[in-house]
Design a binder for this molecule. Structure first.
Ligand code: GRF
Length: 208
């Protein structure tokens, strides 16, 4: 029986697509039950629908800054789809403690840097500006600390002479697409139980 995974996106959805491709393999331990986006124009929604995967937009703007109410709607839809694990894949909104607690130890994020270096935005530009010769991507459990939860898997790429942000991002993205399905499999199959337990300790289930 495959685990039911929900994917949260805000845009292109290429990491989502790599998870969908993995999930389509018979022996992969996850199926994608639902894709949610906070933006109706996220290209990834169409990619998912074209593969027969339910994909819905829950625009945050009508909630007028009520982050909790927007998240409640996401949680309602994830629960209705029977989602057990959540993968953030370019989801551009910071989640509250409440949401994170609901999926503590069962929610992953992919980040385009070798964490703990360069949490946050503009990672490729910052790696270039810092003169890094090595850069890459990380998949980690989500905790309240932005891009700071236990790291499950990382992939490194060289920074080559003449690289600009675009070239470097493209080299990292190839590795992101390899890494995310691998890390999700590790988590589901219990190979990362230590990291899931750490994340749950850092973000206990909210009361009530
Ligand atoms: C990726 O670089 C991911 O690491 C970051 O946002 C980007 C999303 O790209 N969190 P895509 O939507 O998966 O193509």
């Amino acid at each position: 029986m495959k685990c039911r995974v929900g994917i949260l996106i805000s845009g292109r959805g290429s990491n989502m697509a790599s998870l969908l491709a993995a999930a389509a393999q018979p022996h992969y331990p996850a199926s994608v039950a639902l894709v949610l986006s906070n933006r109706a124009d996220a290209a990834g929604l169409e990619t998912a629908r074209a593969q027969g995967v339910p994909a819905e937009a829950v625009d945050h703007r009508p909630f007028r800054g009520d982050r909790a109410a927007h998240e409640e709607e996401l949680l309602r839809r994830l629960a209705a789809a029977g989602v057990e694990y959540v993968c953030l894949a370019g989801y551009m909104r910071v989640l509250t403690r409440h949401f994170i607690g609901r999926f503590a130890g069962r929610m992953l994020n992919i980040h385009p840097s070798l964490l703990p270096a360069f949490p946050g935005l503009d990672t490729h530009a910052r790696a270039l500006a810092a003169g890094c010769t090595l850069h890459g991507c990380s998949v980690h459990l989500v905790t309240e600390e932005l891009d700071g939860g236990p790291i499950l898997a990382q992939a490194a790429v060289p920074v080559l002479p003449g690289d600009d942000e675009v070239a470097l991002a493209a080299r990292v993205l190839v590795q992101e697409h390899r890494l995310y399905p691998l890390a999700l499999r590790r988590l589901i199959e219990g190979e990362a139980a230590w990291a899931a337990a750490d994340a749950a300790l850092l973000n206990p289930l909210p009361a009530g």
